[in-house]
Design a protein around this ligand. Structure first.
Ligand SMILES: Nc1ncnc2c1ncn2[C@@H]1O[C@H](COP(=O)(O)OP(=O)(O)OP(=O)(O)O)[C@@H](O)[C@H]1O
Ligand SMILES: [Mg+2]
Length: 401
């Protein structure tokens, strides 16, 4: 058979071109319309199982990839958190043999202010598409005291799930500022410590897994209103805090004991690796051992460095600079920053130790005089505003005659 003859047959099913609707021919292969149709179906089915797989499989690697898009730096923390989350959902979605029960492992995030603790937790919840609430530990109290008792967090989760109990029971509760409920020193036991140890005690049962009753609409508990039972066994609790002072505890344990000649070299600023934190250090800080025991995964975040701060300022979607550019554009002014200005802003945050949280207030501080005078700028036909390093160091409006 000559080459030309061959191309009147489909190379896949060998049917003659006269017997099919269409035969598409290239230099040396041909495919008929029936085979194209079949291939199409195969591709569609493959895609479908792909997305179904993704929905059922929460794997650490994909979580980390997602986090990389939203959180700059903090690689180690991202890996540890991704693994913890993946294991948590393996535990609740899996079907382990009867004699194996995977223990619940809540997550404790330790890291300086503005390093991305809340952002990490939020980004994870968004990826998993599970209900997520952020509760502030400082507003929590033991039952019976003025304030929100700890079950309010579960009520909030239920409200977030539109009352769907099953969904709420797989949610994530992020307890922020957990370090603020540390016991205040050894001697405070004379007066009952309302916001500290008592709250830690109250949280124990909840984070370990208990059936608690919460009011339906996320309202405060009221004996007359209908309450709903929610099992917290599969709710993942992530607690986060800056733990200011933990550094010193760590340092005195790790370096302090070896103080002797040459101790002056160890300046107060020697930073110690937060990865070295032990439950004992946290107990010294004021967390009760039973509480720490229920947060088996500890994730430590580092202070963001200057290049990371610059990336946060300029590269992430909806960065602070983008937000202000938009605000200025509303008055017809195109806002730009020189590289030196951006450098200086990042540098200021390093000095102030405010992390990425400081970026926002720095940009705000720098732009404030310009925002105040914006109408005068437009009256004078100013359409371009470039922020220079000097304008960061000494923010003031442009001189207009
Ligand atoms: N690693 C990061 N990558 C990108 N943005 C970040 C990062 N860290 C912080 N930010 C930004 O800085 C702001 C504060 O971050 P976040 O609330 O996560 O800090 P935090 O660690 O929880 O601090 P705090 O202890 O004060 O609560 C947010 O706007 C967040 O988007
Ligand atoms: Mg926070």
């Amino acid at each position: 058979m000559s080459d030309n003859n061959k191309l009147v047959y489909c190379s896949f099913c060998n049917t003659h071109k006269d017997l099919v609707t269409k035969l598409i021919v290239s230099d040396n292969v041909a495919i008929c319309s029936d085979c194209i149709e079949l291939c199409n179906q195969l591709i569609l089915e493959e895609n479908k199982t792909d997305t179904e797989d993704k929905a059922n499989k929460i794997d650490a690697f994909s979580i980390k990839q997602h986090l990389d898009k939203h959180v700059i730096g903090q690689d180690r923390a991202k890996i540890a958190l991704s693994v913890a989350i993946a294991n948590h959902y393996k535990r609740i979605n899996g079907d382990p043999p009867k004699d194996i029960e995977i223990a619940k492992s809540n997550v404790l995030m330790i890291g300086p202010t503005g390093s991305g603790k809340t952002l990490l937790a939020k980004s994870v919840a968004k990826y998993l598409n599970v209900p997520f609430v952020v509760a502030d530990a400082t507003s929590l109290t033991e039952a019976g005291y003025v304030g929100d008792d700890v079950e309010t967090m579960i009520a909030m989760l239920l409200a977030m799930s539109d009352g769907d109990i099953e969904l709420a029971e797989k949610g994530i509760v992020f307890i922020d500022e957990i370090d603020k409920i540390a016991r205040k020193g050894e001697s405070t036991s004379i007066t009952r410590d309302v916001s500290g140890e008592g709250v830690q005690q109250a949280l124990l049962k909840l984070v370990e897994g208990t059936k608690c009753r919460v009011s339906a609409l996320g309202k405060r508990k009221n004996p007359n209103s209908d309450t709903i039972e929610v099992d917290t066994k599969n709710i993942l609790f992530i607690a986060g805090g800056a733990f200011v002072g933990l550094n010193e505890i760590l340092r005195s344990r790790v370096i302090g004991s070896s103080i002797g000649f040459g101790a002056e070299v160890k300046s107060k600023d020697t930073s110690v690796d937060l990865r070295l934190v032990t439950p004992d250090d946290l107990t010294k800080f004021g967390m009760i051992p039973e509480f720490i025991g229920r947060f088996t995964t500890t994730v430590s975040l580092e202070e963001l460095n200057k290049p990371e701060l610059i990336r946060i300022l300029t590269q992430i979607k909806n960065s602070f600079i983008d937000q202000y550019k938009y605000i200025f554009s509303l008055d017809g002014v195109n806002l730009e920053f020189t590289q030196e200005a951006i450098d200086q802003i990042a540098e200021n945050c390093i000095v102030l130790k405010t992390g990425a949280r400081g970026l926002h207030s720095e940009v705000e501080r720098v732009l404030l005089p310009h925002m105040f005078h914006i109408s005068r700028y437009t009256e004078h036909g100013i359409t371009e505003l470039t922020i220079t390093q000097e304008m960061v160091i000494d923010p003031k409006e442009i001189y207009l005659p």
